[in-house]
Write a protein that binds this ligand. Structure first.
Ligand SMILES: Nc1ncnc2c1ncn2[C@@H]1O[C@H](COP(=O)(O)OP(=O)(O)O)[C@@H](O)[C@H]1O
Ligand SMILES: CC(C)(COP(=O)(O)O)[C@@H](O)C(=O)NCCC(=O)O
Length: 321
């Protein structure tokens, strides 16, 4: 299909596909998912429809597969030039967007789909919350109500991590954040061992500016190490509602666990109070962060998934090469 750019698109760095146009691009995807594979995908999110997988995520995995293969060829060419044998360079995909927009769901669907392709079976997934400072340090810095803001992350450590993975270090460790403990787990790490693809997902992966009294441009960004990046986007009213709905589910599930950080505060809240608390966290923390620090990075992505009120993707924007 040849897509003729509209007048506006001629001057935009993106080409925009409606859902109908995008789903056509799945046409020749040779990937066959078995019934068991589809069930596994629904295990990622019970509200995820099979139609969404086939209309949106299969074409996206087809595009990514082509890009990964082309990049692997380029790395082979560089290896030949330098006389290196089989030096493996992971392909890195960044996924950005607001809290509760569906970054981790998107990341897990892509991980499952991409690991089916024969040229890149090992797909690892990392979230940037592991790079939040532990609560002890956040408390010292007065940042407990700023979790997710640029200054709440150990950015140097995050950049060093992505640089190490990209340069083929055999084993790289990532600290682990627990939403239940609401803190970094002191004795746990995730180990990344030279995957074919690494997906890194987080609010901040496309950010460039410094913060606080360091509002200068740092010389290296996390995204310098990305081969491809995706921004998951939706109307803020929808994202707020998804946040509140998820908070209600947590009140019934995770917050009931006595080990949960929020157990004493939130487990016995009445439903109206639950919504109030969630709205307060949204208005004081996550909404502000979305407007100030996350949304402005939208146009730095290579691809934007624009979601409608029920999470279904209504439009896809792809950067022109
Ligand atoms: N494609 C989707 N279809 C249906 N529900 C979804 C989809 N993506 C996310 N959700 C729901 O939206 C909420 C936020 O999703 P999540 O992936 O946890 O977001 P994030 O990682 O951006 O915080 C969750 O309740 C999740 O179940
Ligand atoms: C842990 C988060 C900062 C998200 O981190 P990410 O993996 O995107 O780096 C966020 O989910 C969070 O906990 N924000 C604090 C306010 C809240 O409780 O929603």
């Amino acid at each position: 299909m040849i897509k003729v750019p509209t007048k506006d698109e001629k001057f935009s760095p993106f080409i925009t596909f409606s859902r109908e146009e995008w789903k056509e691009l799945r046409a020749s995807t040779p990937l066959s998912l078995t019934e068991a594979d589809l069930l596994k995908l629904q295990g990622i999110n019970e509200n995820l429809s099979i139609e969404e997988v086939s209309d949106i995520y299969l074409p996206l995995s087809r595009l990514l597969n082509l890009y990964v293969a082309a990049t692997q060829n380029l790395y082979d060419a560089t290896n030949t030039f330098f006389g290196n044998k089989n030096q493996k360079v992971p392909y890195i995909i960044g996924i950005a967007g607001s809290v509760a927009v569906g970054k981790s769901t998107t990341a897990r669907i892509l991980q499952a789909l991409l690991s089916h392709w024969p040229n890149h079976p090992k797909v690892d997934l990392v979230t940037t919350d592991g790079f939040l400072y532990p609560n002890r340090i956040l408390e010292e810095k007065g940042l407990m109500k700023r979790k997710g803001f640029p200054e709440s992350y150990d950015l140097k450590r995050l950049i060093r991590f992505v640089a190490d993975v990209k340069s083929g270090v055999p084993e790289v460790t990532v600290p682990v954040y627990s939403h239940l403990a609401y803190d970094i787990l002191p004795n746990e790490v995730q180990v990344i061992r030279q995957p074919d693809i690494m997906i890194i997902e987080g609010l901040n992966v496309l950010q460039t500016a410094g913060y606080g009294n360091q509002r200068h441009m740092p010389s290296v960004f996390v995204s310098d190490f990305f081969d491809f990046s995706i921004y998951v986007d939706a109307d803020e009213n929808d994202i707020t509602r998804w946040y509140v709905e998820r908070f209600r589910v947590l009140r019934k599930t995770a917050f009931q666990n006595p080990n949960s950080y929020f157990h004493h505060r939130y487990a016995n809240l009445a439903m109206e109070e639950v919504d109030e608390v969630a709205m307060q966290i949204w208005n004081e923390i996550n909404g502000v962060n979305l407007r100030e620090n996350i949304s402005p990075t939208r146009f730095r992505a290579d691809l934007i998934l624009e979601k409608g009120p029920d999470h279904s993707v209504k439009e896809v924007k792809l950067r022109k090469l």
